[in-house]
Design a protein around this ligand. Sequence first.
Ligand code: 5GP
Ligand code: MG
Length: 182
Amino acid sequence: MTDDVAKVLLGERVILSRLDELALQITEDYRGKELTVIAILNGSFIFLADLLRRIPLPVQVESLSIASYDGVKSTGSVEFRQARLADVRGRHVLLLDDILDSGLTVHAVRERLADGSGALSLRSCVLLRKSVPQIRQIDPDYVGFDIPDEFVVGYGLDYNERYRNLPYIGVLTDEAIRRYAR
Ligand code: 5GP
Ligand code: MG
């Protein structure tokens, strides 16, 4: 599996020490508040687990399953795989996503939550932000790393459902991209 990685962009230690900083900031911002974290799966599952274990606050955890990518590119539409959102009345909501690319995913979730969900506040946190022009302008409240416009895998992020379990974030070889294309 590691033979398929052309370049490691962010090593495990680098990621985890950045999570220490993010978690500290989030902990200060939400102290004494009713916090609900909504993770956008599948991509954010490792980020969710590592970040939440660094936040020593009472927190409700929910998830949303969303698909907007096929292979190495965005499909341009955001598919919600469940009909109902969590009940967030009276709660402060923090949306968690693996990577901000076109902005379509976070925008779609924010829209759904904005309509009468009763949330007291709504912020977003992304592990990665790509430096590309966004289709929907999203300004996340918490950003782990700004990265160049490359297709990345690992630490939860997949290429056609592979590589989510790499402990770091990297770029695939062209050979691997071709081999697992569908
Ligand atoms: P957006 O809706 O902002 O275009 O894209 C967000 C979603 O697209 C992410 O949650 C992620 O699932 C997928 N995505 C965007 N860029 C990448 C990438 O470089 N690698 C992988 N594996 N997924 C990506
Ligand atoms: Mg994905």
